[in-house]
Design a protein around this ligand. Structure first.
Ligand code: HEM
Ligand SMILES: *[C@@H]1O[C@H](CO)[C@@H](O)[C@H](O)[C@H]1NC(C)=O
Ligand SMILES: *[C@@H]1O[C@H](CO)[C@@H](O)[C@H](O)[C@H]1NC(C)=O
Ligand SMILES: *[C@@H]1O[C@H](CO)[C@@H](O)[C@H](O)[C@H]1NC(C)=O
Length: 494
């Protein structure tokens, strides 16, 4: 069954009571928690760690819906919900959040050309460079490791999108500015952040501006952000006009899009989708290394055999490092940064196995539940274990589930699947290979010598989910590692 049809557990966060008015007789809505009278499920919508609550619901009500999103259905599950605040913040210009219309298709195609499996290889040298800088920073300042991950993923995205040289310090004002916008978008899109997003409160969008701080704030932010984003793209245009060799996504977009305003939002959409995710995923990786030292040893053993002590890993080692590649898959499965994915909206009424799914239903796929399903991943689904992706000879085995060879759902679904997934996959591979080649990553110990283990069920809040702050020891494994790393940096003229 798993191999033939892609089954996706979808949690329908419909406000079912209100929808009922429109429901044809004799059809039934999918099972779910019973709402309180009048306000339906509104007050049951969890705003904190919703995926765990949905996971509970699923255990309680049975798989709330198992929905077949084969290609036919992908057509009607590819829109995004109509977020009022998010659309004000972006002027409807951020295409990761727009409807799957003709304009979206055009932008998505452009991004795919710039970031598909083949073009992603053009970015290998930049990804290696970011890893080199990252190791240098970790040697000097291991305590702030998450800052160095953030710098690396921000810097890579700026290089890919705007053709910037590597950023040595992530406290650049433009970076802080886009990161702030991103943060606001992710809040605006999280379930339950603003009343106006609920069907029953949509009338709030017609309130006069003086009555709504959320509208004023969002509109001001949009005007302010647009100015800066136009400057970023105008700067790329200036370099192109000067005859510089500018190979970046923003340049490609400018060649296709006359309008600077539109081009700049196309570019910033890609930037904002790429900067936060990879670094968050690396933070989870560090936690896995502390909690599962045996997996760390196996990975280091592979690196020592294939790469050896005298040079850094490279993308040329990719085929020969199946354990590292399995580690990438496993970290995306065990603690994907997006346990609910991004919301999709149903653009037409649909029926599935006797259930009625009304048009405009917001669908969050509970990726968390899928990834921790013991029937699919085995009794140890709770645990981090890259070996589950390897066969008896230590080679990657064809996927456990029908997930387009990923073995997990962390890159999303259907026509909306992450367009940056090849770049993301490669960044995770090279960063993880570098980290484990250079360092032992271990738990801190308390005064009595007992390890202080982080709780991997402590999360921060939001749509992109990082571990709660934790610390660890990052200890160089080799005497001369710092010489090799310093040399690699000098070779790159940094
Ligand atoms: C580990 C890193 C990453 C993860 C886990 C991730 C995950 C996701 C997910 C879950 C979605 C939504 C899919 C859906 O709606 O079903 C998405 C969309 C997207 N991602 Fe990623 N992503 C990552 C890195 C990146 C990078 C590096 C880039 C670009 C440089 C990127 C660009 C995008 C864009 C533009 C979209 C919107 C696609 C659309 O709406 O059509 N992502 N990503
Ligand atoms: C870690 O980051 C903090 C805040 O950015 C900074 O004050 C501190 O000096 C950093 N630690 C080291 C060892 O550089
Ligand atoms: C990510 O890497 C894994 C392991 O090499 C591979 O199976 C998968 O197809 C890759 N996915 C993408 C989107 O590159
Ligand atoms: C790194 O860990 C391995 C395995 O636990 C250990 O044998 C080795 O001594 C450690 N290296 C350093 C420098 O701590």
């Amino acid at each position: 069954m798993w191999s033939t049809v892609l089954y996706i557990g979808v949690i329908l966060i419909a406000l079912r009571l209100f929808k009922m008015l429109r429901i044809p007789p004799r059809s039934k809505l999918p099972p779910g928690p019973t709402g309180l009278p009048v306000i339906g499920n509104l007050f049951q919508l969890p705003t904190s760690r919703p995926w765990l609550v949905f996971d509970e619901w699923m255990k309680q009500y049975g798989p709330i819906v198992y929905l077949n999103i084969a290609d036919r259905r992908a057509n009607i599950y590819s829109d995004r919900p109509d977020f009022v605040v998010l659309n004000l913040l972006t002027g409807g210009m951020h295409w990761a959040w727009t409807q799957a219309d003709e304009l979206w298709r055009k932008k998505r195609r452009g991004a795919h050309v710039a970031m598909n499996a083949q073009t992603a290889k053009e970015y290998f040298p930049y990804q290696e460079t970011e890893s080199v800088i990252m190791l240098n920073q970790l040697l000097a300042d291991p305590e702030n490791f998450t800052d160095h991950f953030q710098r690396a993923s921000t810097s890579l995205t700026l290089t890919i999108v705007y053709g910037w040289p590597p950023l040595l310090d992530s406290a650049h004002p433009n970076v802080l500015h886009i990161d702030r916008m991103n943060h606001e978008l992710l809040i605006a899109a999280a379930p339950g952040s603003f009343w106006v997003e609920f069907k029953h409160f949509k009338w709030m969008r017609y309130l006069p501006k003086w009555m709504c701080a959320w509208r004023r704030d969002a509109e001001n932010a949009f005007n302010h952000d647009s100015v800066m984003f136009e400057e970023l793209s105008a700067d790329v245009q200036k370099r192109m006009d000067a005859g510089d060799d500018v190979t970046c996504v923003a340049a490609k977009i400018l060649q296709e899009t006359e309008n600077l305003f539109e081009a700049s939002w196309n570019s910033v959409s890609i930037y904002s989708a790429g900067a936060e995710t990879t670094s968050g995923q690396l933070a989870w990786f560090m936690q896995a290394m502390i909690l599962y030292p045996e997996a760390q040893l196996l990975a280091q053993d592979e690196l020592d055999r294939v790469v050896g002590p005298d040079r850094l890993p490279t993308f040329d080692d990719y085929e020969h490092l199946p354990f590292i590649r399995a580690t990438v898959k496993e970290i995306l499965r065990w603690r994907g940064v997006s346990p609910l994915g991004l919301p999709h909206r149903l653009s037409e009424d649909d029926y599935y196995e006797g259930y009625f799914l009304p048009k405009d239903t917001t669908c969050f796929v509970n990726i968390w539940s899928l990834h921790h399903d013991t029937e699919v991943y085995g009794a140890d689904a709770e645990h981090f274990n890259p070996k589950r992706f390897l066969d008896a000879n230590g080679n990657l085995q064809s996927s456990i589930v029908d997930t387009k060879d990923e073995g997990h759902y962390s890159y999303g679904f259907g026509k909306r699947i992450c367009v940056g997934r090849y770049i993301a996959n490669n960044s995770l591979f090279i960063h993880i290979a570098f980290l484990l080649w250079a360092f032992n990553i271990t738990a801190k110990v308390d005064a009595d010598g007992n390890p202080i283990l982080p709780d991997s069920l402590q999360f921060n809040e939001g749509l992109i989910v990082r571990p709660a702050p934790f610390s660890c020891n990052i200890i160089p494994r080799k005497m001369d590692a710092s010489d090799i790393i310093a040399q690699a940096k000098a070779d790159r003229g940094l």
